[in-house]
Design a binder for this molecule. Structure first.
Ligand SMILES: [Zn+2]
Length: 454
């Protein structure tokens, strides 16, 4: 049981029902903020193809300074003003090719006034900013850790729309004794003034900006080379052997999800960090879970559901991504179901059946309270705890029901088709339905109408 007040855009207080409710639960209050943002990919007259970000978060003051250089491409005649997400970051200046540009802030948006451009025209904008600890950037002075949670625009200027994909070069300055992980592969670590070090990561494959992130701190590190993917484990006050024990299933999990999805793990490294406080959070190429959860896995080696859930997001969520937050179940219902499927693979049908029964029970409770809703939410403004249960537990349960309806062979063939066809793309439930219908040869309209749309 975890409980936490979270200073978000709406000062939403979020009660975490259980660790197993898992990642992004916290983040959903931030999602509520996104839902109110009117701009969509279709309306936006530009895209951001690459971010080059340099930040220095400071533990004692719980503040950060940063510079983000954005590679923009205009998609239609400009429009003199472009809007970016800034969370609550304070903007010190905006430049284009060394020339200052006028800007305004409007709630969580940063609006920049630019000379008009033509479609296909590329522009480079540099934004200097400052910020404080927030729902998207957590500082823990006691444990000497700084890490991000979902809401990317809380620590860098970005587009939070889940359709917005880009590559990233991220440089983080930290104390020289620290280590960490960031989205992408680590390309350098160099000493800088003040007994500090700057570590650089590059993410070469475009990913949704909400999956950008890092975790840095006074970590010790263990690694496992038993898989094609280099596995790193970070934690503080955990021995090498303990870290390896907690994450001992990781290589097997990678193989399982590769086999089920039909797509290799996207990248050659995956880092898992144990941090002071989190419900669990996936990022591109890394994930964080709590130290408390790590100790729970040491006590019960079967309690690996959250590790599996976060790893599953490297396929479903990070690479096959919900088109809009209203389709969030395609991220979270999938990760919830896939964690159960891994535990079935590892511990047998009985464990899976128990987990499905638990999902169903959680869903039934919501239904009995009269709070059942379609999985594809018509609006996603201020999600309640029950709404979250629907996205995670009802979502996972519906995938189980679908598996029962079409049979194992067709179900997994459909999952592979859906994942391979849409890898690196945005999806809607219609995409998933089509893949399952093609794989099973069945008309699934009645099933989706009953379980997903109504
Ligand atoms: Zn999740």
């Amino acid at each position: 049981m975890l409980e936490r007040d979270r200073p978000g855009d709406h000062n939403v207080s979020v009660r975490l029902i259980s660790i197993l409710t898992t990642c992004l639960v916290l983040a959903l209050s931030a999602v509520a903020g996104h839902a109110q943002t009117p701009a969509t990919g279709a309306e936006r007259p530009f895209s951001v193809t690459h971010y080059d970000v340099e930040i220095e978060p400071r533990l004692q003051s719980q503040t950060l300074t940063g510079t983000a250089t954005l590679s923009l491409v205009f998609t239609r005649d400009l429009v003199q003003t472009i809007a970016l997400d800034r969370g609550r970051l304070e903007i010190d200046g905006v430049e284009e090719d060394g020339r200052p540009r006028a800007f305004t802030v409007d709630g969580s948006r940063l609006r920049i006034i630019l000379p008009r451009g033509k479609p296909e025209e590329k522009r480079l904008l540099t934004v200097r900013y400052r910020g404080k600890a927030s729902s998207g950037l957590l500082f823990n002075t006691e444990r000497e850790q700084i890490y991000t949670v979902f809401s990317t625009s809380q620590w860098m200027i970005a587009l939070d729309d889940p359709r917005a994909r880009a590559t990233l070069r991220l440089r983080v300055t930290m104390p020289r004794t620290w280590s960490g992980a960031g989205s992408g592969r680590e390309v350098s670590r160099r000493d800088v003034a003040g007994e500090k070090v700057q570590t650089e990561w590059q993410l070469d494959r475009p990913a949704p900006t909400y999956t950008f992130g890092f975790a840095v701190g006074a970590f010790s590190e263990a690694s496992d080379q038993s898989s094609r993917v280099a596995l790193r484990y970070l934690g503080r006050d955990f021995s090498d052997a303990e870290l390896r024990r907690i994450f001992t299933e990781s290589a097997q999990m990678v193989s399982f999800f590769e086999q089920r999805s039909g797509v290799p793990y996207p990248g050659d490294a995956y880092t898992q960090a144990l941090v002071a406080r989190t419900a669990g959070q996936e990022m591109a190429g890394l994930s964080i879970v709590s130290e408390e959860y790590g100790r729970a896995v040491m006590a019960d080696p079967a309690a690996i559901g959250l590790i599996a859930h976060e790893l599953a997001h490297q396929w479903w969520g990070n690479m096959v991504t919900c088109h809009a937050w209203t389709e969030f179940w395609l991220n979270e219902g999938f990760a919830t179901f896939m964690a159960a499927a891994y535990r079935e693979h590892r511990f047998g049908r009985e464990v899976y059946a128990k987990e499905v029964a638990s999902m169903k029970a959680r869903y039934e409770q919501v239904r009995e309270r009269g709070n059942d809703r379609p999985l594809v939410f018509p609006a996603w403004d201020f999600p309640t705890a029950d709404d979250r249960t629907l996205v995670y537990q009802k979502g996972g349960y519906v995938l189980h029901e679908l598996r029962e309806q079409v049979g194992d062979t067709a179900f997994w063939a459909g999952i592979r088709r859906y994942t391979t066809d849409h890898f690196g793309k945005s999806v809607t439930t219609a995409d998933f339905q089509m893949a399952m219908e093609q794989a099973s040869g069945k008309d699934l309209r009645a099933f989706f109408d009953r379980w997903v749309y109504h």
